[in-house]
Design a protein around this ligand. Structure first.
Ligand SMILES: CC(C)(COP(=O)(O)OP(=O)(O)OC[C@H]1O[C@@H](n2cnc3c(N)ncnc32)[C@H](O)[C@@H]1OP(=O)(O)O)[C@@H](O)C(=O)NCCC(=O)NCCS
Length: 180
């Protein structure tokens, strides 16, 4: 399969929305009902994420764009944001390839947040070398580095690469955690 990985461009918007909402069907019936909505991400929400600094990579095959994944630099960490592969393309290493690209710069810790209920996603990140942070650190990391609802904070987990122990989390938050 010939595939290319390239930065998202404005003409990818429609594909991006289609891919996100097709892949996000995995959440239906798994995440809490009050967190599920359809579409899972509207076009304006994708625009808003880009406006706040999320940089997406697209994975394109002969069939067009089939996956996208974003990264966002937030002070002293890099966040992986919005990882979505079209269902029919999942399980072929595309997610692993995209995350490897996004994690190439090892200049700062990389964090990813996902739903507690998304066990497949947690497993995917663990296979890519991410390790769950301790329960006590989840909410303060999410509140420091993400802008998400209280409900999403209480129903999410955070994984980090490299592993972040209690001291490392405290150091990160002290040096770049932003306003509390
Ligand atoms: C989670 C997600 C992004 C992972 O992307 P992906 O392309 O399916 O992931 P990969 O193929 O790289 O890895 C997934 C599995 O395929 C396996 N795999 C990797 N390369 C493979 C290959 N060449 N052939 C077959 N299987 C392969 C991996 O071992 C992995 O197995 P595991 O889940 O049992 O550990 C994707 O499945 C997805 O969009 N899911 C729905 C939305 C979602 O949950 N997103 C996460 C948001 S936080």
């Amino acid at each position: 399969m010939t595939a290319i990985i390239r930065p998202y461009a404005p003409q990818d918007r429609q594909d991006a929305v289609r891919i996100i909402n097709a892949a996000a069907q995995a959440y239906r019936g798994e995440i809490p009902d009050d967190c599920w909505h359809e579409p899972y991400m509207a076009p304006e929400a994708v625009d808003a994420e880009i406006a706040t600094g999320v940089e997406f990579l697209c994975y394109a095959t002969g069939d067009g764009v089939v996956a996208l994944m974003g990264a966002q630099l937030v002070r002293n960490v890099r966040l992986i944001r919005h990882a979505y592969v079209l269902p029919e393309w999942q399980g072929h290493g595309i997610g692993a390839t995209l995350i490897a690209h996004l994690c190439r710069d090892g200049d700062r810790p990389i964090l990813v947040g996902t739903w507690q209920a998304a066990t497949w996603a947690i497993r995917f990140y663990e296979r890519q070398g991410f390790v769950r942070v301790a329960e006590v650190d989840i909410a303060r990391l999410l509140r420091s580095y993400w802008t998400i609802s209280d409900r999403q904070v209480e129903t999410s987990v955070v994984l980090a690469r490299p592993t972040l122990g209690a001291d490392a989390v405290a150091h990160l938050l002290a040096t770049g955690g932003g306003p509390s």
